[in-house]
Ligand binder design. Structure first.
Ligand SMILES: C[S@@+](CC[C@H](N)C(=O)[O-])C[C@H]1O[C@@H](n2cnc3c(N)ncnc32)[C@H](O)[C@@H]1O
Length: 273
C-alpha cells in the first residue's frame, strides 16, 4: 500500500531553491499591491517631480509586475535585473499584453543603461540586496546620473530595528487559476556590527493535485533611519523631499525615524544647484 504522502504528492522537506528561478510564483505572491504601487508612483511623480516626461526606470525589475503596470499606464519603461529567469518572465508578460519595455541583464549598482529618466523606483526592500556601503553609494550615484533634474526616485524598504531579538515573520496566501501559494518570510534578529540580517522565504505551492515547498535563504544589508540618511547624503545631487509608508497614501507623510516601513521620495536637484 502506498503512503498518503505518495498519493498526494506532499513533500514535507522544503526544497532549496532560488525563488527568482520560479518567477511565476514570485509574481503571484507579490502582485496584489501592484496597481496601488503603480498609481502611487505616477501620483508621486506628479506631486514631487518637476519633469513632465514619462520615462521610467526600475533597477532590479524582477518578474516585471511593475514594468507591466507602468507600461500599461503609458510610461516608457526601462529596467534591469541580475536574474535571467526573472527577466525572461517579465519579457513574456510584456509580450502577452502587446506592451514594450527595454529590459537588460545587469547589476543595479552599475545600471549600465543609456538615457535619462523622469521617475525611477525600487520597492519591496530590493535595495537591501546591495551588500556593501560602496555598492549602495554607487547605486545612488548612478540614479543621480540617470535622472533628469527634477526627476524622482521612490525607494521603498523595511528599516532595521536593531533592538529586535526575536524572529520577524510574515505569512500570506494567494490563489489564482488553480494554483495556491502560501508564502512565509522570516527575518532573523539583525547582526548590528556586520550590518546584515538573515532572511528566508518559504513557499508552499499547491497545484495540479500535488504540493511542494521551496525555500530560499539570503542576507539583506541592514539600515537604521540614520544609516540610510548617511548613505543617501553621499550623493549631493539627490535631496530627500518626503517619506511615506507602505500604505501608499500620498496624503499621509511620515517621519523617517517614525516607523520601519518607509518609502522615500528622492529628487534630482537642478544641475547648477
Ligand atoms: C524582491 S525582488 C523585486 C523585483 C521587483 N522590483 C518588484 O518590485 O517586484 C528583488 C529582485 O532583485 C534582483 N536583484 C538582486 N540583487 C540584484 C543586483 N545586485 N542587481 C540587479 N538585480 C538584483 C533579484 O534578481 C530580484 O529580481
Amino acid at each position: 500500500m502506498s503512503s498518503p504522502k505518495a498519493n498526494t504528492g506532499v513533500s514535507s522537506k522544503p526544497r532549496q531553491a532560488d525563488w527568482y528561478d520560479t518567477p511565476r510564483y514570485y509574481d503571484l505572491v507579490f502582485d496584489e499591491d501592484t496597481p496601488l504601487e503603480g498609481f502611487f508612483l505616477e501620483q508621486a511623480h506628479q506631486l514631487y517631480g518637476s519633469s513632465r516626461g514619462r520615462r521610467c526606470l526600475e533597477p532590479a525589475c524582477g518578474s516585471g509586475r511593475l514594468v507591466v503596470e507602468m507600461a500599461r499606464r503609458n510610461w516608457t519603461v526601462s529596467g534591469n535585473d541580475i536574474s535571467k529567469p526573472m527577466l525572461a518572465h517579465a519579457r513574456g508578460r510584456l509580450k502577452e499584453e502587446h506592451l514594450k519595455a527595454r529590459l537588460l541583464h545587469g547589476d543595479m549598482c552599475e545600471l549600465s543603461l543609456k538615457g535619462r529618466f523622469d521617475l525611477a523606483h525600487c520597492l519591496v526592500s530590493t535595495f537591501k540586496y546591495l551588500d556593501t556601503e560602496s555598492k549602495a553609494r554607487q547605486h545612488f550615484t548612478r540614479i543621480a546620473d540617470l535622472l533628469v533634474p527634477g526627476g524622482i526616485y521612490c525607494l521603498g524598504m523595511h528599516l532595521t530595528d536593531y533592538s529586535r531579538t526575536k524572529y520577524e515573520r510574515e505569512r500570506w496566501v494567494v490563489e489564482e487559476g488553480g494554483t495556491r501559494v502560501t508564502c512565509n518570510i522570516q527575518a532573523w534578529p539583525p547582526l548590528a556590527k556586520e550590518r546584515k540580517e538573515r532572511m528566508r522565504s518559504r513557499m508552499r505551492i499547491e497545484e495540479n493535485g500535488s504540493e511542494h515547498t521551496q525555500e530560499t535563504n539570503w542576507w539583506f544589508r541592514t539600515y537604521s533611519a540614520d544609516q540610510l540618511r548617511r548613505t543617501i547624503a553621499q550623493e549631493k545631487r539627490l535631496e530627500l523631499v518626503a517619506v511615506h509608508d507602505f500604505q501608499y497614501d500620498l496624503n499621509q507623510t511620515v517621519e523617517l525615524d517614525g516607523g520601519f516601513d518607509v518609502l522615500l521620495i528622492l529628487r534630482r536637484k537642478p544641475d547648477h544647484a
